[in-house]
Design a protein around this ligand. Structure first.
Ligand SMILES: Cc1cc2nc3c(=O)[nH]c(=O)nc-3n(C[C@H](O)[C@H](O)[C@H](O)COP(=O)(O)O)c2cc1C
Ligand SMILES: O=C(O)C(=O)c1ccccc1
Length: 387
């Protein structure tokens, strides 16, 4: 039986030939290394959070307040880390969170991420604000599993065009991000007066879109570039959306839909009532509401509210295999990981992202089996104690 934990053995075996892993296996060390290989602006954009970063810190502290209680002598020789989420089979309960503007991290941006994801069989969620188009990323991703994340623009016709393009390019599930209809107060970016989009980064899906092009008088060239950027700014998000608007999405997307950015149990219930298939409990990695509840602290009440009427996914603050195990024990079906793979991309392109995925999944399997657990669905509150 092949196992995600085999990666550990392969590292030790390579050591016999004096080869060491190209990047640290403690993924919390990647941020510091990435800082040295990125511009102040790009690093600040990715590592930064809203306001004083209180929510980003709270996300991490919430993990620290739970401890795993290992159980012994449970025959953990047969393991199966795989799960199926929204019709997608995956090797472990881990997905790549949607991260826009990845070309600020590496010239190959989302293409490198898509190749890494496909090589590991891990689903990627492509951002609307990607630096390569829906179609280009699909080609790089090949047979790999892929979902599409929608930033719902004001122009409904363009929203439909994005959905049609994603469907045609083989993205099987839709993740609709609700918490970022506008960017929050982000001092690190403000102090640098840095917004990637105003430099045209992250606009690939817009600039290649027929509806967008119609609105700006044709394909985007130097001549209409300023018009295009202003149109992007005016259209990016829609603060007037309400729960009733979800009917529109259901009508235009026939696959599963997840709502990302849910932090309140009543919002989770409304998602269920609106016929959504899943929610992603997320505070956007602390990048939106500074002072907001830690995403992990919001998870349990939401899981209780939703019961088994919708799939509950989790993100914000996942850095280690133990973190994944804790989120699962608190009721998440799977987690999305954000910044760690962004740093992997910055440091090593495709292989950097693969390194992050292999480390995280191997550490998850080792954590679980050493705690007496052989399958993700065996994890529950009995595996945890409050610190
Ligand atoms: C640089 C950056 C760009 C992001 N872009 C998007 C995006 O385009 N769409 C989206 O839904 N979330 C976006 N996110 C949020 C992630 O999907 C995810 O919620 C967050 O990174 C999870 O927290 P973590 O970084 O602590 O793992 C972005 C996050 C970062 C760090
Ligand atoms: O920076 C972000 O967190 C984010 O979600 C985003 C928003 C717009 C475009 C690209 C990324």
């Amino acid at each position: 039986m092949s196992s995600l934990a085999d990666f550990q053995n392969s590292i030790y075996l390579q050591g016999l030939g004096d080869v060491r892993p190209p990047l640290p296996t403690d993924l919390t060390r990647l941020e510091g290394l990435a800082e040295g290989s990125l511009s102040v602006q790009a690093f600040g954009y990715v590592a930064g959070s809203a306001g004083t970063a209180a929510t980003a810190r709270a996300n991490r502290e919430a993990f620290d307040r739970w401890r795993i209680v290992p159980r012994m002598l449970r025959d953990v020789s047969e393991r199966d880390m795989s799960v199926e989420v929204l019709g997608t089979a995956m090797p472990s309960p881990v997905l790549l969170a949607p991260i826009g503007v990845q070309s600020i991290l590496h010239p190959d941006g989302e293409l490198a991420t898509a190749r890494a994801a496909a090589a590991e069989g891990v689903p990627m969620v492509l951002s609307t604000a990607s630096s390569y188009s829906i179609e280009e990323v699909a080609e790089a991703n090949g047979d790999g599993p892929r979902w599409f994340q929608l930033y719902w623009p004001k122009d409904q016709e363009m929203a439909v065009s994005f959905l049609d393009r994603a469907k045609a390019a083989g993205y099987t599930a839709l993740v609709v991000t609700l918490d970022t209809f506008t960017l929050a107060w982000r001092p690190r970016d403000l102090d640098q007066a840095y917004l990637p989009f105003l430099r045209g980064i992250g606009c690939a899906n817009y600039f290649t879109d027929p509806v967008f092009q119609k609105a700006v008088g044709g394909p985007v060239t130097d001549a209409n570039r300023d018009t295009a950027l202003l149109h992007w700014v005016a259209n990016f998000g829609n603060p007037s959306l309400t729960w009733d608007d979800l009917i529109f999405l259901r009508d235009h997307w026939d696959g599963p839909i997840a709502l990302k950015g849910i932090q309140h149990p009543d919002d989770a219930r409304q998602a269920v009532d609106a016929g959504m298939d899943a929610i992603v409990v997320s505070n956007h990695g602390g990048r939106q509401v500074d002072g907001a509840v830690a995403s992990l602290d919001a998870l349990t009440t939401i899981v209780d509210a939703v019961r088994d009427q919708a799939t509950v996914l989790f993100d914000s603050g996942v850095r280690t295999g133990a973190d994944v195990a804790k989120a699962l024990a608190l009721g998440a079906k799977a987690v999305m990981v954000g910044r760690p793979y962004a740093y992997g991309l910055a440091l090593g392109g495709q292989s950097g992202v693969q390194h992050v995925l292999r480390c995280l999944q191997a550490e998850l399997e080792l954590t679980m089996v050493l705690a007496g657990i052989t399958r993700p669905d065996e994890l529950n509150l009995e595996a945890l104690v409050r610190a």
